[in-house]
Design a binder for this molecule. Structure first.
Ligand code: AMP
Ligand code: MG
Length: 347
């Protein structure tokens, strides 16, 4: 276990091709032959690995699906559903099923998280420059005005018809990759693949176990040294999805670091004590939405969530450099950090 670290996220990046490429591992037994495919989409280097005779076809179809979802969900593509919604000025927009399903889930997790997840933060995110990389700290008046357009409860979703208040805009960046991972896994299963793993930025999703029956080893990055891994878990058939403050962040003139996950209550980067949240569960879209929501909600509410909901495990890192994991991971968790990992106390 310890010596054989398979560092999925980072090792996969080493194989990244900017457009897309496929490669075959030379194993003798057809069920243990793996193929990989790298795709750059949704502003993310994505890597997929599938085993068995149908791997190549499944990977090709998965790539097509990723590119289709990118077209539907991009905030920058003038043909996308999201562009149409964000430029509808209060009018109704007819969207495809994917968009409707994701918005519906975002509203559900918005409710379950007391508004910590709010996909209508987009105007505020733009002002900070998190959507373009032209970062700046907005002034309080501007944040205040833009926040008055933010409220996911005002999204009107009726079947495939969406409308927003006139000045509201949305983006699905907090959960679109989780949905994409689920769709990739669906394609893999439909194509007869029973063993596959995908890494979409901070999202890792595993189908089945490795061909030899052992669990996948999935590393989670250290938010204080993102080029290193802080822990590894061994799982099969799970989504392992991380939101961290080390991605898309900048140091402003005031010397402070600002990051891309905003607290809808004040429009500033969420700074409630957590610097990394990993949610492990069956559904990619749920885990993705929850990782962002719990990052905003903070440690105590994340622990409340763990108490009240079944089917999820958590790995949390606090800004005072403590690493916590839920008890259900005890058998499959390996600490690689110098933080001294502790089990989350539910009492
Ligand atoms: P993730 O990396 O999954 O946590 O998603 C973060 C992305 O979601 C950001 O880059 C923004 O596009 C968007 N976002 C930031 N804060 C929030 C929030 N509180 N609710 C919903 N989306 C957010
Ligand atoms: Mg997320």
């Amino acid at each position: 276990m310890g010596g054989k670290r398979i560092i999925i996220g980072t090792v996969l990046l080493a194989f990244v091709c900017i457009s897309s490429c496929a490669a075959k591992d030379h194993d003798l037994n057809s069920e243990t032959v793996s193929m990989t495919k790298d795709v750059f989409a949704m502003d993310t280097f994505m890597n997929m690995k599938a085993y068995g005779a149908n791997a190549g076809k499944a990977l090709d179809k998965a790539e097509e699906r990723i590119l289709q979802l990118e077209k539907e969900l991009s905030v920058n593509d003038e043909q996308s559903d999201i562009w149409a919604i964000d430029h509808s000025f209060g009018d109704e927009v007819n969207v495809c099923d994917d968009t409707a399903v994701i918005i519906n889930k975002a509203i559900e997790i918005g409710d379950r998280s007391g508004g910590a997840l709010d996909i209508t933060l987009f105007p505020v995110l733009k002002e900070w420059g998190f959507t373009t990389g032209n970062y700046k700290v907005p002034d309080d008046d501007t944040i205040g005005e833009l926040l008055s357009y933010v409220d996911y409860r005002k999204i009107n979703l009726n079947g495939n018809i969406v409308s927003l208040p006139e000045k509201a805009e949305l983006d699905l960046g907090a959960l679109a990759k989780g949905y994409t991972g689920d769709e990739i896994m669906k394609i893999m299963s439909e194509e007869g693949v029973s063993s596959a793993i995908v890494s979409l930025g901070g999202n890792v999703q595993a189908l089945g176990s490795k061909p030899d029956g052992s669990d996948w080893k999935i590393a989670v990055r250290d938010p204080f040294s993102p080029e290193q891994d802080m822990c590894m878990i061994e799982v099969s058939d799970k989504a392992v999805i991380t939101s961290g403050n080390y991605e898309r962040c900048f140091t402003a003139d005031d010397g402070k670091v600002y990051w891309h996950i905003l607290d809808p209550s004040d429009g500033y980067p969420a700074d409630n004590g957590l610097v990394s949240v990993t949610v492990i569960g069956d559904s990619g879209i749920d885990c993705d939405a929850l990782s962002t929501a719990l990052f905003v909600a903070g440690y105590d509410k994340a622990v409340d969530f763990l108490r009240s909901e079944n089917g999820y495990e958590l790995i949390l890192v606090t800004d005072d450099k403590k690493l916590y994991y839920s008890e259900g991971l005890s058998e499959c968790f390996t600490d690689l950090s110098d933080m001294g990992a502790e089990v989350i106390d539910l009492d």
